[in-house]
Design a protein around this ligand. Structure first.
Ligand SMILES: Nc1ncnc2c1ncn2[C@@H]1O[C@H](COP(=O)(O)OP(=O)(O)OP(=O)(O)O)[C@@H](O)[C@H]1O
Length: 328
């Protein structure tokens, strides 16, 4: 991965976090059992990056993010966000960051959206001009004003998450952490949220750290992917590099004229192409490292009558699944 020339906005250096669980032994005795939630994690995140921070359940994502946001103190190692050690200066750190949880709101349930925005403006000491500028931007991209006078408890889940993201931006944070922001949302609102995140990243250069189990979101939004498993960082690279390094196969599927089957079989054999036939639908696997996909496609089109062609390439989902499987 190409390292930018700027200083990192987040720097995580050999961070570990161990929790101790008490195991009762008889009435009066108990022993402490260590749980190594994060072990020696190191990475830098640069301004304006959109990073997918992923891993299977219990891998250590939330624990790492809690250390970066200052909620937890590492057992060893250190991290810095905007030059601040988050768990030592929580209030100062909070001025530069925002955290959005899909399952929880940071808004007051009994207040209207408007009152929540105004409350946060006061808490973060946002100037009137900056507040108006942000509201205008959020109105343009998220249409916040139509929900303005509604009580938070009356918002639908999708509207609530959208407003949570909008309010998280009101103090122009440099970094925004999103923990499963789209859980339980329909595809339309998911798209809107992803578009909004992309927009604030591009317009305001906000650094985004996204945790989600929905890998299609990671594919759609993130430039870089960090995978944590059993508390250890097992992968960290750009999305492009991930797809390039792991995409060895493309599957091409098309309908054939059965009268040409014998000639097709000769062609497939000659080109060492793995294939399977289901009715009139033929699937061919091309190893992109060894075979020239373009040449094979143009030869197929030239020599045979083929219909309804579709090419399936490796997705982030395929790659991550195989990384998870290999790490188990
Ligand atoms: N306060 C705690 N006390 C003891 N163990 C904990 C504590 N918090 C987390 N753990 C354990 O540490 C490990 C990492 O948990 P963490 O919540 O960071 O995982 P995660 O990757 O966010 O998982 P998920 O995707 O399920 O939310 C898990 O085994 C979890 O049970």
């Amino acid at each position: 991965m190409k390292v930018p020339e700027t200083n990192p906005v987040i720097s995580v250096n050999h961070v570990s976090k161990t929790f101790y669980l008490r195991k009762k032994e008889g009435f009066f005795k108990s022993t402490k059992i260590p749980k190594h939630a994060v072990q020696d994690a190191s990475f830098n995140i640069y301004p304006g990056e959109i990073v997918g921070f992923i891993g299977t359940n219990g891998a250590g994502k939330s624990t790492t993010i809690k250390m970066m946001t200052g909620i937890l103190t590492p057992t060893s190692g250190s991290c810095e966000v905007n030059g601040i050690i988050p768990y030592e200066s929580r209030i100062e750190n909070a001025k530069n960051i925002s955290v959005v949880f899909g399952q929880r709101t940071q808004m007051n349930w009994d207040l209207t959206v408007e009152d929540n925005f105004k409350l946060l403006k006061e808490i973060y000491d946002v100037s009137d001009e900056e507040f108006e500028r942000q509201l205008q931007l959020l109105e343009e991209h998220m249409g916040i004003k139509k929900l303005w006078i509604q009580q938070v408890r009356s918002l639908s889940l999708g509207q609530r998450v959208l407003m949570d993201i909008a309010i998280a931006l009101i103090h122009s944070p440099k970094v925004i952490y999103l923990d499963e922001p789209t859980i339980g949302l329909d595809i339309m609102i998911k798209d809107k949220i992803l578009k909004t995140l992309k927009m604030i990243n591009q317009q305001e250069n906000v650094t985004i750290i996204l945790t989600t189990h929905d890998l299609s979101e990671i594919e759609a939004l993130c430039d870089r992917i960090i995978i944590i498993e059993d508390g250890q960082i097992i992968y960290d690279d750009s999305k492009e590099a991930m797809l390039e390094n792991f995409s060895t196969n493309a599957t091409i599927q098309f309908d054939i004229d059965l009268e040409e089957l014998n000639e097709l079989k000769i062609f497939l054999k000659k080109n060492h192409l793995e294939h399977s036939l289901d009715g009139i639908t033929l699937s061919i696997t091309i190893n992109q490292e060894e075979q020239n996909e373009k040449e094979i496609l143009s030869e197929l089109y030239r020599q045979f009558s083929i219909n309804k062609m579709a090419v399936a390439r490796t997705t982030v989902q395929d790659v991550v699944r195989s990384i998870y499987t290999q790490s188990k």
